[in-house]
Structures are given as structure tokens and as C-alpha cells.
Write a protein that binds this ligand. Structure first.
Ligand code: ZN
Ligand code: ZN
Length: 295
């Protein structure tokens, strides 16, 4: 199984940080999972537009199987859907997107995009009938599991305003957990996420803040310090503790705060690696375009 990060920025796409070169080009959440005969994509932030270009290239080269993709969605906040709304892939009748999401996300998408909804066209001009690639929408109850080809996909409800769904994709004896956005219930280990991630080779999750930023003691970029409790996001330190408790081999932190300068993010990556130590997972800040081979 090949995992590739197409977008790892949180909250809003911001391609030109105040200082330093862009850490990950600034696209919001999108991660591709590929194995022979299957293409799965997790979330459709602006990174989905780059993912779509990649897929359309494959189709142009004659890879017919690339026409069919499974989109698994964590939730409906704009930074996780705005690539779907504007990617040429979504409007390509040759493409077959099967979209899987929890009831709350599907309901929100219908309010936004169903022509019979009073909110339709309030935020964007196109509607579901225009998005001809979306051929099927499947409800996934949090806690349920399903199969995508040979892979087993388990789900869990995450802690986030409006809800969010985490996924554990297992294939050929290895698992990758995708858990964004999620606010830990307290300092240190998130017990539910640790249980869900137990023994997974890779945990991708979000630590948008440091503990001091979360508590309102440090600022990000030039802004004023402010407490972030209840905003639905976690601290890097708690993600390291959770991945360590779960026995994960590798931890990728994403949903990077768009205001954080690159040099600061890289320094935090080193600090989190040190924090995990020898007994914890190998910690990395996820980078846009980065690919990981599992198994
Ligand atoms: Zn988000
Ligand atoms: Zn969110």
C-alpha cells in the first residue's frame, strides 16, 4: 500500500507563508492510498485538486482503473471539502467517485449542494447534478467497518465540533490510521484513539498546536496568544503520547497551522522526534508530496 500526502495544511489553504518557503505548498487535507486495482482518497481539501491532476494524467496514459476512486471523508468543514467542490475531476463524467461519510457529513453536503436545499447556491454556484463524477454516496455509521477490495476499513468517532470520522485501513497485515480533525479529551494520551490505533504501522493525525499554544501561553506567527480549547484540534505532545501508547511505528503529524513559519515547524518536528525517544514512534511532520510505502 502506498500512501501519499496531497495536502497537509489545516484550516485554510495559504500558499505563501510569512517567512520561509512553503512547508507543504499550503494545500489542505487530502491523502491518497493506492494498491493494485484500488485508489482510495481520504478527504478532499485543496490537495484533492492536485490528486485529481495526478489521476487525470494516469487516465491519459491509459490506466483505465484510475477512473474509479473511493473517497472516504472525515467531516464537512470547508478545509476538507473545498478541493472536491472545485477539482475538474468532480465534473468529469468518465470518473466514478464513491463517497463514504458519516450521516452528519452527508446531511451537510446535501444542504450545501442539493438543488432542493434552501442553502444551495448560497456559498458556491455549482450543485450535485453538475458534479457528475460523484456516482454514489454511502452512509458510514461511526464505529462500523467495511471493505474496499482486499482492505478492511474500520471507523471511529473523533472529538471535533460537528463530528469527525477516523479510519483504520488494513491490508496485507499492515494498518494505517487516519485521524483528523480530533481534539484530545485531556492532556497526554487520547485513550479511544490509542485503542483504535493499537499496533498500526502508521498513525496520521493532527497536532495543530503545541501544548503552550493550546493553553494560550504562546502565539503562532505574529498573532496574539489565545487559548484553543474547544476548537477541535490536538497538541503535538499529546499525539506523541497517544502514538507511543498505541505502539505505532511511525507518527505523521499534519493539519499544520497555516500561520506557522517553516523553520518553526521543522524545529518542532525535531523536538517531537526527541520527545518520542527510542521507545516511541518515529515522528515526522507530514510534507505535501511525500509518499510512504507500507508493508
Ligand atoms: Zn480541518
Ligand atoms: Zn474540522
Amino acid at each position: 500500500m502506498l500512501a501519499r500526502f496531497w495536502g497537509v495544511t489545516g484550516t485554510v489553504s495559504l500558499p505563501t507563508p510569512a517567512t520561509g518557503s512553503p512547508m507543504p505548498a499550503g494545500n489542505t487535507t487530502c491523502l491518497g492510498l493506492e494498491w493494485p486495482g484500488r485508489t482510495v482518497v481520504y478527504d478532499a481539501g485543496t490537495g484533492f485538486i492536485r490528486f485529481g491532476e495526478y489521476l487525470l494524467d494516469l487516465m491519459a496514459q491509459g490506466h483505465e482503473e484510475s477512473r474509479s476512486i473511493d473517497l472516504i471523508m472525515s467531516h464537512c468543514h470547508l478545509d476538507h471539502i473545498n478541493g472536491l467542490l472545485f477539482s475538474p475531476l468532480t465534473y468529469d463524467k468518465r470518473v466514478r467517485i464513491t463517497l463514504r461519510a458519516c450521516p452528519a457529513t452527508l446531511s451537510a453536503l446535501h444542504k450545501l449542494l442539493d438543488p432542493s436545499s434552501s442553502s444551495c447556491r448560497t456559498f458556491l454556484p455549482s450543485t450535485f447534478p453538475d458534479m457528475v463524477a460523484i456516482k454514489e454516496m454511502v452512509t458510514v455509521e461511526p464505529g462500523s467497518s467495511f471493505n474496499l477490495g482486499d482492505a478492511k476499513v474500520e471507523t471511529m468517532a473523533l472529538r471535533h465540533p460537528g463530528g469527525s470520522l477516523g479510519f483504520r485501513v488494513s491490508l496485507g497485515g499492515v494498518s494505517m490510521v487516519l485521524a483528523s480533525d480530533n481534539e484530545h479529551p485531556g492532556p497526554r494520551v487520547d485513550p479511544a484513539l490509542a485503542r483504535f490505533s493499537e499496533g498500526a504501522q502508521v498513525l496520521y493525525t493532527e497536532g495543530q498546536y503545541t501544548r503552550r499554544e493550546y493553553d494560550g501561553l504562546d502565539a503562532i506567527g505574529n498573532g496574539l496568544p489565545m487559548p484553543r480549547k474547544g476548537w477541535g484540534h490536538s497538541t503535538m505532545e499529546d499525539c506523541v503520547a497517544t502514538a507511543t501508547a498505541a505502539g505505532c511505528q511511525r507518527l505523521f503529524l499534519g493539519h499544520h497551522d497555516p500561520l506557522r513559519p517553516l523553520d518553526k515547524l521543522e524545529a518542532l518536528g525535531i523536538a517531537m522526534k526527541d520527545l518520542a525517544g527510542r521507545n516511541g514512534p518515529l515522528v515526522e511532520m507530514a510534507r505535501e508530496g511525500q509518499a510512504i510505502h507500507l508493508g
